[in-house]
Ligand binder design. Structure first.
Ligand SMILES: C[S@@+](CC[C@H](N)C(=O)[O-])C[C@H]1O[C@@H](n2cnc3c(N)ncnc32)[C@H](O)[C@@H]1O
Length: 355
């Protein structure tokens, strides 16, 4: 009984988080799901054996991701009717009845999907990353080698193939015909948009990478976007389209071993970047990555410079609140600047540094 109460509370906590983070559909579904677990209904049967999973396993999102995956595969048409990601109209009560029936009918397909941890790659964060890159080339106009740790599917390594516009200036950046249109992605000062970016290599690594060019990888990424967040869903679909024509090297590797392999190259910027992955590293791994970057920085020269660019929840001072900051540190010299602030999904990024 105690374990069931733990599960009920975990699902309720996730419902609250979804409500606060802009998914009223998941908030409503998970509230009903929690009641159903307590009552020993179909949700309890699908989740049987997971009663003691820790909150950090995000079981409720695994379950909802599994349901969304079946919707996207066309295997759950009754649920699809209420999922905006596939053109449905959200109606919490009717959606719950369809989801509960799915728990009953397709428990065998849903249960294996609970084994996969949610995996997201948020394309909106390119707003922060690409603006940071423009500041890098403003400092020295060299070609760029991009190295991303915690890259997920590597979609943001194609950031220069997306289109960005400023919220209240008549300015934009990037290919106008890009399927990824990040309208209103920048606010505040304008990044140095007249700098040309020449990216000569794109390398990413992740402990659990996803290949967005395969049918399975595509479904995996799309299924973890909350189905009533249609803007995010559409830009992810568009970025997957870009990924099919712009190739990127992504390998399975943890962040520490990835940065240990980085070596600066003469005549190029080496840019090590990351977004919303730092919190998943142990304190020891954070220290090891920082030490390696300091070592690389000490060896950097004006003709082989290094940049560390990140968009992460960061404190300006040890006693300050966490904010999503865009931070750039460059070597030689090691000058560190806060370029701007953002929100979890990256749009808009408000720039405080002049271009
Ligand atoms: C929230 S996702 C962010 C992905 C991507 N950077 C973005 O902003 O869309 C966090 C990523 O960090 C990866 N990750 C977690 N621990 C890691 C580690 N020790 N080394 C490398 N990647 C890690 C996860 O697999 C996941 O892809």
């Amino acid at each position: 009984m105690v374990a069931v109460e733990h599960l009920v509370q975990t699902v309720r906590d996730q419902a609250d988080a979804c409500r606060q983070l802009g998914s009223p559909l998941y908030a409503a579904l998970l509230e009903r799901c929690a009641d159903d677990i307590r009552g020993g209904g179909p949700a309890a049967r699908v989740l049987a054996g997971h009663e003691d999973d820790p909150g950090s396993a995000a079981l409720a999102l695994r379950l909802m991701g599994g349901v969304h995956r079946l919707v996207l595969e066309g295997a759950a048409p009754a649920v699809a009717a209420y999922y905006p990601s596939v053109g449905g109209h959200p109606d919490p009560e009717a959606a719950w009845r369809a989801v509960r029936d799915l728990f009953d009918d397709q428990a065998d397909r849903l249960r294996p999907l609970l084994e996969s941890a949610p995996q997201t790659n948020e394309v909106g964060r390119s707003s922060a990353l690409v603006g940071g890159l423009l500041h890098v080339v403003r400092a020295a106009p060299l070609p760029l080698r991009l190295v991303e740790i915690g890259t997920s599917a590597g979609l943001n390594l194609r950031a220069d193939h997306f289109w960005y516009s400023h919220t209240d200036m008549e300015r934009s950046w990037g290919p106008r015909d890009s399927p990824v249109r990040l309208t209103g992605s920048w606010a505040g000062m304008l990044p140095p948009v007249d700098e040309g970016l020449r990216i000569v290599s794109r390398e990413g690594s992740d402990i659990a990478p996803v290949d967005p060019t395969t049918a399975d990888g595509r479904l995996r990424l799309l299924s973890y976007v909350w189905p009533d967040q249609t803007d995010r869903f559409a830009r992810l679909q568009a970025a997957i389209e870009v990924a099919r024509r712009v190739s990127v090297d992504v390998e399975q590797r943890d962040a520490v071993s990835a940065v240990r392999r980085v070596e600066p190259v003469n005549g190029h910027w080496t840019v090590v970047w990351h977004s919303v992955m730092w919190q998943y590293l142990s304190a020891g791994d954070q220290e090891a990555v920082s030490e390696r970057l300091a070592e690389l920085g000490a060896a950097a020269t004006p003709s082989a410079p290094l940049a560390h660019l990140f968009f992460e929840p960061t404190q300006r001072r040890p006693d300050a609140e966490y904010e999503f900051l865009v931070v750039l540190q460059t070597w030689p010299g090691g000058a560190r600047r806060i370029l701007g602030t953002g929100v979890a999904h990256g749009i808009p990024t408000t720039w405080s540094a002049a271009g």
